[in-house]
Ligand binder design. Structure first.
Ligand code: SF4
Length: 280
């Protein structure tokens, strides 16, 4: 049984909070570059160039990419041969979020009760998803999620007879309804199958796949390509000001489901599709 000290996890998560809020992953930087090349609307191109300049200033001057530094979403893949010492994994992650958001001067955006709405003051708690996997490693993925785009995310419990056309309509409805509110160009995560909550988690996990990579399942790959093309024909464009590039990627994940259902979740992310990954 391999041991990992909880303090190492805390310090790692703190670093990841700061990193994810100041730098995008190379695939997202490339997606923005491609968007500039593909955009034909002058205003759309201007918006994209400003987003690129903003990203460059964020990295060079250590200023967050966006004022909304998000709610910290963490995916923890824990090897079944790992033992965390010195505290629980949940506490270690939340202490890391506290440290990262405090020491990194990142905006604290979390309220402790959804209706009483008092800010917790340190961006905790994180939303944590745990998976037990083979081996003795711990993989942590931190994805701060802004709520301009989170608020535009949707779930549809379709009837099986609605099939793939129903799925396409659901995604296009969500994107059209989101319009400029999701700070386009977007990355669209889609979860198909499972149960109500499984589809939602799949759609969030789908956002982690590098932009430009497709599903290994051929019909899902075709679905991703068709949806991206159709989303980019809506004309919403960068910043919602019109143009060709409304989305930079559509990533779809699927899971077995019940004979009587076809859940479809659409988790929309803005152009600041942030994540940081560490293997401990
Ligand atoms: S949706 Fe994204 S770009 Fe818009 S305010 Fe939130 S984090 Fe920033």
């Amino acid at each position: 049984m391999r041991e990992i000290e909880s303090k190492i996890i805390t310090d790692t998560i703190a670093e990841m909070c700061i990193e994810a809020n100041h730098y995008l992953t190379p695939d997202m930087e490339k997606a923005l570059d491609d968007a500039v090349s593909n955009e034909i609307s002058p205003l759309g191109k201007q918006v994209l160039c400003q987003l690129k300049e903003n990203l460059s200033i964020a990295g060079s001057d250590t200023i967050p990419i966006c004022q909304d530094t998000g709610m910290a979403v963490v995916f923890a893949e824990i090897g079944q041969d790992v033992h965390i010492t010195g505290g629980t994994l949940t506490d270690a992650i939340n202490e890391g979020v506290h440290k990262g958001y405090t020491e990194g001067f990142l905006r604290k955006s979390v309220v402790g009760d959804p209706l009483e709405r008092v800010n917790t003051g340190d961006n905790t708690p994180a939303v944590i998803h745990y998976d037990i996997v083979p081996g003795d490693g711990l993989k942590l993925t931190l994805a701060p999620k802004g709520f301009g785009s989170e608020n535009m995310s949707r779930i549809f419990m379709l009837k099986p007879a609605e099939g793939i056309e129903g799925v396409k309509n659901a995604v296009l409805t969500a994107v059209n309804d989101a319009g400029p509110n999701a700070c386009p160009p977007m990355v669209v995560g889609v979860g198909i199958g499972g149960t109500f909550e499984k589809a939602a988690i799949l759609s969030k996990k789908a956002l982690l796949r590098p932009a430009g990579e497709h599903s290994d399942i051929s019909y899902v790959r075709e679905l991703e390509e068709e949806l991206l093309e159709r989303i980019n024909k809506t004309g919403i464009g960068p910043g919602g000001l019109g143009g060709r590039v409304t989305a930079m990627a559509v990533n779809v994940l699927t899971y077995p489901t019940h004979i009587a259902g076809l859940p479809v979740a659409i988790n929309i992310c803005c152009h600041v599709n942030r994540h940081s990954v560490r293997n401990l």
